[in-house]
Design a protein around this ligand. Structure first.
Ligand SMILES: N[C@@H](CCC(=O)N[C@@H](CSC=O)C(=O)NCC(=O)O)C(=O)O
Length: 282
């Protein structure tokens, strides 16, 4: 692993690191905020998964989370949104290929060779963090958050690993990807046409299928009502219906006038980090 950038921020450090990923078969870059508390103790970890067209840099540059993370004593890890490189499959569209990995393990060629983002975020990245930051990060205390495609990723990873993630935070998440065009396009491309296979990556389906829905991690979902993607792509009402039917813990906050942008995220990130920190015992 190589540190490629570092800035002091609110007493802690905003860093970027790159490393060779076996799972994705390419170099992967992630951003990491270390709060001041990490200088003397191990601190809980929040993963932030970004949306379509993003890299690891959108969240640290735009969300304004560092001051709150410093206050709460939590680290924030923001991975890239896909494998990247000249020799890696891509598509000209903004919602497929590089920058649009959808946090799945692709099974269809040519994508399956590198697009293994579920395993990368869930297994390889935590291992890299455990090895590289043993004196700073407490990998036994994890929570997960994200925006849009990354909100979908946070919901799926959190719901599939309920014993691991203390809580889930999502902004403007794609809540029922099998039923909307962003998800149909990505899943048919990365996973093939068998829609049964899609359900492993569909938060609403996962909630319905959970053995013990009441024991799933608590979810806080923030949704702007002026979001141009709300009607066509996000379907928070489907996740709400699943929570009502199953008893899973879900709080949805609808915010008048807010759109899909990082201005929305920055407006409510403090509430979400405090929610995650509470469940992390931070
Ligand atoms: N057509 C647009 C769409 C890209 C976009 O809005 N991306 C969002 C996430 S959308 C769902 O995953 C985003 O976070 N963009 C980055 C940012 O910093 O705002 C386009 O190509 O711009």
């Amino acid at each position: 692993m190589e540190k490629i950038d570092e800035h002091k921020s609110f007493g802690g450090w905003q860093q970027r690191h790159t490393h060779a990923s076996k799972v994705c078969g390419c170099d992967m870059t992630f951003s990491l905020y270390l709060p001041p508390a990490a200088e003397t103790a191990i601190v809980p970890v929040v993963y932030w998964l970004s949306g379509l067209t993003c890299t690891d840099e959108n969240f640290p540059n735009k969300a304004g989370a560092q001051e709150i993370a410093a206050d709460l004593g939590i680290a924030i890890v923001a991975p890239d949104t896909s494998p990247r490189g000249d020799d890696i499959a891509d598509d000209a569209a903004y919602d497929l290929g590089q920058g649009a990995g959808f946090y799945v393990n692709a099974t269809a060629a040519p994508w399956s060779r590198h697009y293994q983002m579920y395993d990368y975020v869930t297994h390889e990245l935590p291992q890299v963090l455990a090895e590289g930051f043993a004196d700073q990060l407490d990998l036994a205390r994890e929570a997960i958050a994200g925006h849009s495609m990354g909100g979908h990723g946070a919901l799926v990873i959190g719901l599939r690993n309920p014993d691991r993630f203390a809580a889930i935070s999502a902004f403007s998440a794609i809540c029922a990807p099998s039923a909307v065009s962003w998800g149909e396009k990505a899943f048919s491309t990365y996973l093939g046409d068998d829609k049964q296979a899609w359900l492993d990556y569909d938060a609403t389906a996962l909630m319905h299928a959970a053995n013990n829905p009441k024991a799933l991690p608590p979810i806080r979902l923030e949704q702007g009502l002026a979001d141009g993607f709300l009607d066509e792509q996000l379907a928070p009402e489907q996740l709400e219906a699943a929570a009502r039917q199953t008893g899973a813990r879900l709080e949805v906050n609808r915010r008048k006038g807010y759109d899909h942008s990082y201005f929305f995220i920055a407006s409510f990130i403090e509430d979400h980090l405090r929610f995650l920190a509470r469940h992390l015992g931070a």
